[in-house]
Design a protein around this ligand. Structure first.
Ligand SMILES: *[C@@H]1O[C@H](CO)[C@@H](O)[C@H](O)[C@H]1NC(C)=O
Ligand SMILES: *[C@@H]1O[C@H](CO)[C@@H](O)[C@H](O)[C@H]1NC(C)=O
Ligand SMILES: *[C@@H]1O[C@H](CO)[C@@H](O)[C@H](O)[C@H]1NC(C)=O
Ligand SMILES: *[C@@H]1O[C@H](CO)[C@@H](O)[C@H](O)[C@H]1NC(C)=O
Length: 631
């Protein structure tokens, strides 16, 4: 069950990695929450006497207890400015939408863009061109390869959603394997209707797949730029080429999958990093049986932080600027399975690392309303009735955690960092109590509880965090041969706690989300909820361009080094800011993360995909808006 082998690569793995629950702690929690925490604290940040732009916003949204100089207030302001700009760019007419498309993409939109736009209007979608940037990031490199070669590569994959003459069918090697996910996606594609012929190869594994080295992708992307052309409308072709109309009898294509090197995945990833990036020349760790403190950063990463907090969330997901992640995230330490290629293969997937070349579609888990992920119909009660703290439940997934590497996994680290007892112990100098992380000196974030030596009780009061299954590898059994959720090597440090369904998690103000074997399927549920969601991740998803950090959610670092300072900010004097993020996130999710929005995203993506693999791609275009103008 735990150390899966090939037959178990399925997406269903995600289902095991689920969030969930506790009751007895509620009681304890309520009692502990009444312990009063003084709300004044001295922050290290000053503006050298300069007026601080945060002060105004503070007066608007904060209370008298607020700290006017806190950098998170600057970041919230900056986020709201960005969000206002995004919303102002909504397109109301096809002329606007097509015009913005040409301006941003350097091409005409693909044929079918008008039907897509009409459907988007009808579904009352927020239509902002930037929301679709991800599509172009994913599709552009394919313009460098021959169209029929691309059709061949997709066609010869084992798991494919096929469209011919408007009919959608499934091709699968093994009817049990991945089909559950394939069917969810195929259903979505069927609902779209109106799509040209295409073969959509699907990644049915949790793990990410395609890693084309940087030099190659750079060449492809340059080539794509040279093919951009806004040619005269009279030259446009409006019909996609049917597969039956070209001589398409493809030879099988072998992407040369590389497997069995899960502990060396990092070396394949770093080859996709720019030559001047920090990670490019840093090899995977020769042994994971080494202390985390040898690689753990000792201060915030300049590349994406502002006074210690995340300013550029995209860069914070990027392992190319964070060589330490090779030993601090399961996907680089040892994933459950590995099958990767260095060749550019068009394959669709629900999530990936920024370095991967898969084509992103909305995660299947977001499309099927499984209560374990979506949280069901309810989205939680009023903010004021929620408990003052953070709640997290999950299994200790992330990869194959073993006796000689487990402390390198993100969920193990997360749970230890949120454990008041552990903090108490390591501050009392027994560093071995926390094999999973390095506690930074108090001077770095200057958190009061840390400075004044009450981290243990502070965390016990404000964090209810635990794993429900330690996912030992190899799995362990009890005297009757039944698999247990405990684990001989990690149980001394981590307690297995009771599950807690998402709707009960919504009883807490703050809901952090931590990566598992791949992206966390709870994220959309957390965003929709009336609680304030927090996120640290190395995975990109379809919706990234429509969510604004510090407006719709609170970003935090993949090392989690900033989490105590973030907790202090929101829990001590900035409740209004937490409430506002909870409300904005929930409202926005109900506007732009609906099933309709996922359908519209996929629709537009598939038009682009059908065009890039079409023999006539250089002239396939929607020009209806221009033709009308000239009449
Ligand atoms: C394009 O497709 C439409 C509708 O299917 C059809 O009526 C038309 O004849 C086609 N045009 C060309 C040039 O094949
Ligand atoms: C990495 O190594 C290559 C080849 O040895 C070298 O050209 C490049 O400058 C190095 N990059 C960094 C960031 O050190
Ligand atoms: C954020 O980081 C990304 C990726 O590293 C970069 O492309 C982008 O320009 C950065 N954004 C800003 C506003 O600096
Ligand atoms: C917290 O840490 C203590 C001591 O390190 C450990 O015994 C306990 O099981 C941990 N609790 C959780 C919920 O992991």
């Amino acid at each position: 069950m735990v150390c899966r082998s090939k037959s178990q690569l399925l997406k269903s793995v995600v289902f095991l990695g689920v969030a969930t629950l506790i009751l007895y702690e509620l009681v304890l929690w309520r009692r502990l929450s009444q312990v009063s925490i003084p709300t004044t604290s001295a922050f290290p940040w000053t503006n050298n006497g300069q007026p601080n732009p945060a002060t105004e916003a503070e007066a608007e949204v904060g209370g008298p207890d607020a700290h006017p100089l806190h950098p998170i207030l600057d970041l919230i302001n900056e986020g709201h400015e960005k969000f206002a700009r995004l919303q102002a760019a909504h397109s109301n007419t096809i002329e606007q939408a097509a015009g913005r498309y040409r301006e941003r993409r350097g091409r005409h939109p693909p044929p079918g863009f008008d039907d897509w736009f009409k459907a988007a209007l009808k579904k009352d979608a927020v239509i902002v061109e930037d929301f679709f940037d991800r599509i172009y990031h994913d599709i552009n490199p394919f313009w460098a390869l021959d169209q029929l070669e691309l059709r061949r590569r997709a066609h010869s994959q084992p798991e494919v959603i096929r469209i011919r003459n408007g009919k959608v069918s499934l091709v699968s090697e093994d009817p049990d394997r991945g089909n559950q996910w394939m069917q969810i996606w195929a259903k979505l594609v069927k609902e779209i209707g109106h799509l040209p012929d295409l073969d959509m190869a699907i990644n049915v594994m949790d793990e990410t797949r395609v890693l084309v080295p940087w030099e190659k992708i750079d060449e492809y992307v340059r080539k794509e730029r040279r093919t951009r052309d806004i040619f005269p409308a009279s030259e446009a072709v409006s019909n996609y080429t049917r597969y039956a109309d070209v001589d398409f009898q493809p030879e099988p294509y072998d992407p040369h999958w590389i497997g069995g090197e899960a502990h060396k995945y990092w070396d394949h990833v770093r080859a996709t990093c720019p030559p001047d990036s920090e990670s490019r020349n840093i090899s995977s760790l020769p042994s994971l049986n080494s202390p985390v403190k040898d690689i753990h950063p000792t201060e915030p990463i300049d590349a994406y932080t502002y006074k210690g907090f995340i300013r550029n969330f995209t860069a914070s997901q990027d392992a190319c600027v964070q060589p330490h992640l090779r030993g601090l995230h399961g996907t680089f330490v040892e994933s459950v399975s590995m099958s990767t290629t260095h060749e550019l293969l068009p394959i669709f997937s629900g999530s990936k690392l920024p370095q991967n070349n898969e084509i992103l579609i909305p995660g299947a888990v977001y499309l099927n309303n499984d209560k374990r992920y979506s949280g069901g119909k309810g989205i939680g009660g009023a903010w004021e009735g929620k408990m003052e703290g953070i709640m997290w439940r999950g299994v200790a997934s992330g990869g194959r955690n073993k006796v000689d590497n487990w402390w390198h996994f993100q969920r193990h680290r997360w749970v230890q960092m949120m454990n008041g007892t552990t903090l108490q112990e390591i501050i009392a100098a027994d560093e071995a109590a926390a094999p999973t992380f390095t506690l930074l000196p108090p001077s770095v974030y200057n958190v009061r509880a840390r400075r004044n030596g009450f981290m243990g009780s502070w965390l016990a009061t404000h964090a209810d965090v635990g794993v429900v299954d330690l996912m030992c590898c190899p799995g362990e059994v009890d005297s009757r041969g039944k698999r247990v959720h405990t684990c001989s090597y990690s149980s001394p440090f981590l307690n297995v706690v009771k599950e807690k369904p998402m709707k009960e998690q919504y009883a807490y103000k703050y809901l952090p989300d931590i990566d598992g074997n791949s992206f966390s399927g709870r994220w959309r549920g957390f965003l929709r909820s009336t609680s304030c969601p927090l996120k640290a991740t190395v995975y990109t998803e379809w919706h990234d361009d429509r969510l604004v950090p510090w407006v719709h959610f609170v970003p935090f670092d993949n090392t989690f080094m900033d989490i105590y300072a973030i907790m202090e900010f929101f829990l001590e004097g900035h409740d209004a800011q937490g409430k506002r993020i909870a409300e904005e996130g929930s409202r926005w999710a109900s506007r732009v993360l609906r099933r309709d929005d996922m359908l519209l995203y996929t629709w537009r993506l598939l038009l682009e995909y059908a065009r890039v693999v079409d023999p006539q791609r250089d002239r396939l275009a929607f020009v209806g808006d221009l033709v009308q103008e000239t009449i």
